[in-house]
Ligand binder design. Structure first.
Ligand SMILES: [Zn+2]
Ligand SMILES: [Zn+2]
Length: 265
């Protein structure tokens, strides 16, 4: 399989995950404009026709901004939880409402791998993360926008080979950010907000010790984080646990906008 983070930040999120070649795949979230999405896909040498379905994690703008345009140009099923679907329908985010599918229909998704959803704790209608398992058993777990690691997330990520996980903010930067009113700081760091670098590092260390070998950090805030800080936070934590980068695990950070790189797994 291959996973290509097309855009990833607090303002736009979208990834392609597929089999490579003619196998086809899915778009997880459509948080950037359609032209940007096409540009990003082409940088990753993937044609839009490879996208056989869209998986929506939740209804926040940075995840669905481009959904209406995408569904206008691509007649593919869109999978969302009941809560998310309600919002998408009410606010006109799906061009053809007949394409909307409940998560219970994921076993029928038109792709050659198995997809499951799991609940994530976030201040949205009904957010989820996804696990994707290739025919050879290789498992990817994908989750951003969550305030804490819950049992449902642990279950969803159990046994994953590759984990795409949010590292949204550096706690010191967030605290010192005068541009953010206290209630916003409170919201971001709450149990229904986002994972900090330290939260992410803690969970990555647990996953690494239970067999996950590849990690990609995502959804970094441009105001309250930097790729260098997020990366160092995880490498430091894993080193405390006796795990060495590029020996025991690999680590990447998803860029704000892809430069064409993708992880082949
Ligand atoms: Zn988000
Ligand atoms: Zn969100």
């Amino acid at each position: 399989m291959r996973i290509a983070p097309l855009c990833s930040s607090s303002s736009a999120n979208s990834s392609y995950i597929g089999m490579g070649g003619a196998g086809g795949g899915v778009l997880v979230d459509a948080g950037c404009g359609y032209k940007t999405l096409l540009d990003c896909l082409s940088l990753c040498r993937t044609d839009v026709s490879a996208i056989r379905a869209v998986l929506v994690t939740h209804e926040h703008t940075d995840h669905v901004k481009g959904l209406k345009q995408f569904t206008k140009h691509n007649d593919v099923p869109v999978y969302a939880s009941r809560g998310t679907a309600g919002f998408l329908l009410t606010n006109g985010y799906i061009y053809n409402e007949k394409n909307l599918r409940d998560l219970s229909e994921l076993p029928n998704a038109p792709v050659d791998f198995e997809i499951k959803a799991f609940k994530t704790p976030h201040d949205s209608a009904e957010s989820v993360g996804f696990s994707l398992v290739a025919p050879n058993g290789y498992k990817i777990a994908y989750f951003t926008d969550l305030g804490e690691i819950t049992d449902s997330v642990r279950e969803g990520a159990a046994g994953a080979d590759f984990v795409f996980i949010e590292a949204n903010y550096d706690a010191d930067m967030l605290r010192r950010n005068d541009a953010y009113p206290p209630y916003v700081v409170e919201r971001i760091s709450s149990r229904l907000g986002h994972l900090s670098n330290a939260d992410s590092a803690e969970y990555v260390s647990r996953l690494a010790q239970s067999g996950t070998t590849r990690f990609m950090l995502a959804h970094l805030s441009r105001e309250n984080n930097s790729p260098r800080l997020a990366y160092a936070s995880v490498v430091g934590k894993l080193s405390d646990c006796g795990m060495r980068l590029n020996r025991d695990y690999t680590l990447d950070v998803a860029g704000v906008r892809t430069a064409g790189e993708y992880a082949a797994v």
